[in-house]
Design a protein around this ligand. Structure first.
Ligand SMILES: Nc1ncnc2c1ncn2[C@@H]1O[C@H](COP(=O)(O)OP(=O)(O)OP(=O)(O)O)[C@@H](O)[C@H]1O
Ligand SMILES: [Mg+2]
Length: 312
């Protein structure tokens, strides 16, 4: 029914107007696809069984009724922290996709990157507005709300048809998460952050470096994915071990090293390790000489993909 016909129920805009309602109330439309904002998880994911299990125990919405530790409201929030490149986002995405496959979140899965590398962090208001749009509120309606976003955000979340998951990547401050924390007990929040967000009431998981064996398996897997699938580590097991040591259990480093090796098929792993050691020594010498540090790390200079190294 066209909206200019006065008193009516217009379900297209999900608004009630005219004498059928004394005031205009807001009834959000459901998002087209509630999990559409969730990026893919890495295809190759090794180790982290214990951490994944911990995250899944917090996410399980059925745990509310089973008397496990997730009954405490603050445990509905899980923070995965650790230094750059340790795999916080990879773990969180892995868990979120597993949860979707388990049908745990009929209310939707909403992903938001709060601080994309190389950009300013999202302001609290921006974060709420983006989540409102994911929840089905269109731009015009959000603008019309002026400042009362939080109330509508929480209303929208409360109206979800079942448990929902918020995946908040790269959080900077605990206050922002507090503001976005749903009021409904069966919803879950999964946060990643380089800082531990120690003042946030949440289940905390601190990522540590991958074990040597998982690191080596990751290197072997990545190197075996080449055109010919040849595993170069078989010919050079000692050099492969040295390379893994250099990567310090940081998956980002292992991926960079594997990418560098795959680009340079003319270079042996031992030669590559030698180059890396020289490269690192030169990098550290520059740091000692107080040449302003760039934001790229030593490992990146050997032709691996461009990735971020904050705080070096
Ligand atoms: N367990 C793992 N197995 C295989 N690859 C992994 C694993 N963990 C992370 N990776 C890969 O390592 C790289 C860095 O991971 P990720 O982006 O998750 O790190 P991060 O801790 O979120 O870093 P940042 O602090 O920059 O956000 C990605 O390419 C990711 O796919
Ligand atoms: Mg990340």
């Amino acid at each position: 029914m066209p909206s200019e016909y006065g008193d009516h129920l217009d379900f297209r805009d999900a608004r009630i107007t005219g004498f059928t309602a004394k005031e205009e109330r807001y009834y959000p439309r459901p998002p087209r696809e509630a999990s559409a904002s969730l990026p893919g998880a890495p295809a190759v994911f090794l180790g982290r069984d214990h951490e994944l299990d911990q995250v899944m125990r917090v996410l399980d919405p059925n745990a509310v009724d089973t008397g496990t530790e997730a009954r405490d409201p603050y445990l509905a929030v899980c923070v995965v922290s650790g230094r750059e490149g340790l795999g916080k986002s990879a773990l969180a995405l892995r868990a979120a996709h597993q949860a979707v496959a388990n049908n745990w979140f009929p209310g939707g899965v909403f992903y938001l990157d709060l601080h994309r590398p190389g950009t300013e962090p999202l302001s609290d208001d921006q974060a709420v507005r983006i989540l409102l749009s994911y929840l089905g509120v269109v731009d015009d309606e959000i603008s019309g709300l002026t400042t009362a976003w939080d109330g509508h955000y929480h209303t929208c979340l409360a109206q979800r048809p079942g448990p929902a998951l918020l995946l908040l990547d790269n959080a900077v401050q605990a206050e922002q998460i507090e503001r976005l924390r749903p009021g409904v007990a069966h919803h879950r929040v999964l946060v990643t952050s380089r800082s531990g967000l120690a003042d946030l009431e949440a289940h905390a998981i601190l990522l540590r470096p991958l074990s040597t064996s998982d690191s080596l398996s990751l290197l072997v897997t990545l190197l075996s994915m080449g055109v010919d699938g040849e595993n170069r580590t078989v010919q050079e097991p000692d050099a492969a071990s040295s390379l893994v040591d250099l990567c310090e259990g940081v998956p980002l480093n292992i991926r960079r090293a594997a990418a560098g090796l795959r680009q340079r098929r003319d270079v042996t792993i031992a030669e590559y390790v030698k180059l890396l050691v020289e490269n690192r020594a030169a990098y550290e010498a520059r740091l000692r000489a107080e040449v302003p540090a760039t934001r790229t790390g030593w490992l990146q200079r050997l032709g691996g993909p461009r990735l971020w190294r904050r705080g070096q």
